[in-house]
Each structure stands twice: as structure tokens, then as C-alpha cells.
Design a protein around this ligand. Sequence first.
Ligand code: G6P
Ligand code: ZN
Length: 542
Amino acid sequence: MAAVTTVATTPIAGQKPGTSGLRKKVAVFAGPHYLENFVQSVFDSIGDTAGQTLVVGGDGRYHNRAAIQTILRMAAAAGFAKAMVGRGGILSTPAASCVIRKYRTFGGLILSASHNPGGPDEDFGIKYNIPAGGPAPEAVTEAIYARTQTLREYRLVEAAAVDLDRLGEQRVGAMVVEVFDPVADYAALMETLIDFDAIRALFADGFRLRYDAMNAVTGPYAVEILERRLGAAPGSVVNAVPLEDFGGMHPDPNLVHAHDLVAALTGPDAPDFGAASDGDGDRNMILGRDFYVTPSDSLAVLAANAHLCPGYAGGLAGLARSMPTSAAADRVAARLGIPCYETPTGWKFFGTLLDAGRATLCGEESFGTGSDHVREKDGLWAVLMWLNILARRRVGVAEIVTAHWRDFGRNVYSRHDYEGIDSAAAEGLMAHLRGLDLTGRELDGRKVALFDDFAYTDPVDGSTSHHQGIRVLFEDGARIVYRLSGTGTQGATLRVYIERYEPDPARHGLDPQVALADLIATARRLAEIEARTGRTEPTVIT
Ligand code: G6P
Ligand code: ZN
């Protein structure tokens, strides 16, 4: 039995997990006791860890390897019998969810700050996923946070560093560490859901793809699945090697940060299909030639066409979307005669619905799409779903989406982000909005049907969540939603979501910024954005 060292510590303020785990600058995480305090608080809060198996891995960002070595020594001291670690410390978030479930483990620690930049001066993060494979629900994160505030000591065994690049079993104290291929189980799962033969035939017919892994975790997954197994031309996956600083890229797949991909998909020589994922592989952006698919539309299109994919040929039990996501999916659900649940922002809110078999597909406007195959959103899965649908329908991305609009009408949608604004100003703006009383009033010629701060009662476990975003719902179906980001690490980010339903196909081709111009102006005026934040324009528009 290796010696266990008990280290005295004191509570560190601010270790409250946000929308998706604890995220801070690397320097904070690397500071004295910071990671250790949090990990010990997790182990102290999740039940009896003795004899259990823990999954550990991350998106490969700076500090990933060092953090894993510490976690392994602490897991051994906590009595875990086994830790499963992705080779090189690599494990995408959806693959972690897959492995946590497949091997019936006690959950996992995922090291990532998702789509935030990486490197010595950038972000790091950690989150605990429960045995069902999904992010810890609020009750668990609250317990972890409470524990961080009383913690007096943590424990770790004295052991040599694990060779993270050597497949197979090693030991840390009495605990077995199995370094495994992070791609294999995930790829095998995809083969059960997606029509690989149809996609192989598509590529064989000359279909061209560009997948941008943004120097982040999905590179090895995408090369193996898209190029090796499905036959996409070598080099279709770009920025395929995970780098500690993501090569300086900001691995957030949106129109601003994935601009190289957007440029590559423009013009007559562009490939047929473009996609990108974020740092840890759970987000996705879908592009056609000269065509951008909003995440809200992507969810609706996947739902309407899911029967073409083997894993969903038997039909869908229901859909779920986060509140700020457009209602395009609701229209598909209505057509299919299945429910569409509206949840607060954050993938964790889908967990109970997926576990209870009430929802099969889920999606968020924040570039997240997924299904009940794992308990995280899954970027590469969304890409494979699209390829499966394209392979079966044999029309282009733009045709699929515009035909969808003709069929269902278009939920014209845009999100305006004001990043890095002063936190106090942001809180003041939200307080100002909360103080308004708009229900029944007229705003710039539109009648407000409901004005509220979104609250949610989980239909499965009855838990409630309040203050999930301020909604201005107009009688004509248009809406404006305001919320503050829960994932940033500096200042505050105000997100404004603007949506309007357009049934007329003759107007479906309009630029959303034009089609929504009046609502955008109302949104700015109502929240006094310029006066309160000093910003005349958003930082990012998606
Ligand atoms: C993370 C979560 C998503 C959520 C998003 C919201 O990515 O995994 O489920 O939609 O954060 O981010 P925000 O910055 O808007 O709070
Ligand atoms: Zn992510």
C-alpha cells in the first residue's frame, strides 16, 4: 500500500461550478491547493468512492497532463480501484460520456474549458460527470461547492507519474490505471447509430468535406471516423492535432472564431460540407457551400430527418431544446406528434428527460446538439447525422434547409453577444429589465403577450430553477430573450436572442439581421444597452 499524504488546506473562495464545471485561468488552477481542493471536494461529495472506477481525460489543453497526474494520485487515495485515462490525457467530452456509461463507472472528471482558448495565460477547467454520463446536476454541484467552503485537508498517494502515452495497465498506489484508446469506444458507438455505408458511398461519389478540428480534441476522432472509416479524402480534416494552446485558435465553432472554415466554404470551388467542433468536442457548427445552418435550424432538420439514420429509424420519443433556442424544433415535434421540452440553458437539464426516455434528440442555440446515445452534446455525432442525411437525400445542405423552411416556415433567429462588459453594468442591466412590467403593453407596435424571468420545473424530478433568462414574448410569436453567460471567465457577457416566425417562403432568403432589424432595435432600446454598457454593437453575432 502506497503511503497516503494528508495535506492541510483552507477553503478557497469562488470554487463554484458554473454552467459547465469550474473554469478559471491556468494560473489560478496551478496555484497552491486549487485543483486539489476542488477534486477532494468532488470525491467527498459523490458517495463512497472505495472500489469504484473513475474516468479521467481532457481536451489536451495546457495543464491537462499535470492535472491528470494529480487527480490520479488523489483518486488512489480516495480508494478508487481503477482509473480509466484516455491516451495522452485525451478524451472528448462526448467520448467521456460514452465510456463512463459503457463501463458502468462511478463517473468521470473531464478537464476542459470547452470553447475557451488554451495556453499558459488562458483558461482551464474541470467538471464531474455522474455515472449516467452527464454533467452533475445542480444538487451535486451545490454539494461540491459547499464542501469547498469547509475543506480542511486533502489526500494523495505518493507515486511515480503515470506514462499517459502508453496503452495498458499501470498502477498508482493500489489503484489500477488503464490508459485506453480514446477513440475506439466512441467510434464503435457511432457505427451503431449512423449509416456508415451510405456515407462511404457519398464520399466515393466525390462529395467533399472540410472538418476543422481547430487544433483541439476532435482531431483524432475525426481523422479515424471521417477519413479512415468513411473514406473522406485525406486532408479533409484540418487542424487535426490537439495542441496545448490550440495553435492560438479560439476553438469555438461559430462564424467569428471559425472564420477560416467559413472562408473555405465560400465560392464555387468550396467543398460540399463544412463543420467544426470546439475545444472538447461537444459543440458543432454546420456549413454548406455559401450557407450557414443555425444551431436551432440544425436541431429541427436533424429531428425531421432522423428516421434516415439507423439509430433513430424507429422514431423519436420527444425533443428538447433550451429556452433561448428557436422554436423551429417545436414545429417538427408538433408535426411528428411528439413533445418538445423547453429547458433552461445548460446540457445538464436534458439529463432527466433523456434518462426517462422522454426526449431522444436535444439541442441548444449555443452550437450543441445530441441525443440519448450519451449524456453530453456531441459535435461529431451531429456532423455524422448530417452526412447520413445528405447521403440518403443526395441534395445539398442549403437545399435541405430551405426546403425545410418551405415546409415548416422559418424561425428567423439571431443571437447578439456583448462580450467582456463590466460585471456591475451587466447586473444593473438585468435588474433594470426585471424591474419592468411589460405584459399586455405595446412595444414598438408589437403587443407583449408575456414578460417574465424564465423558471423551470423539471417534469421528471420536480426540481426547480429560477432566473434563467428574461423573456419578452410578443403576441405575433416574435420574442426577445436576455441572459448573462454562465461560461465566461472575464467580466460579463450579455446575450440577446431575437426570433420571429416567417411563414412566407418569398421572405425566407432575407438576411436575419435585416428581417429582424425592428426587433433588434427594440431589444437594444429596452435594455438600454448602449447607455449601460457603452457598446453600440455586439461583439459576436451568430
Ligand atoms: C456550456 C454548456 C451548454 C450551454 C452553454 C451556455 O457550453 O455545456 O449546455 O448551452 O454553456 O453558455 P453560456 O455562455 O450562454 O452560459
Ligand atoms: Zn465544449
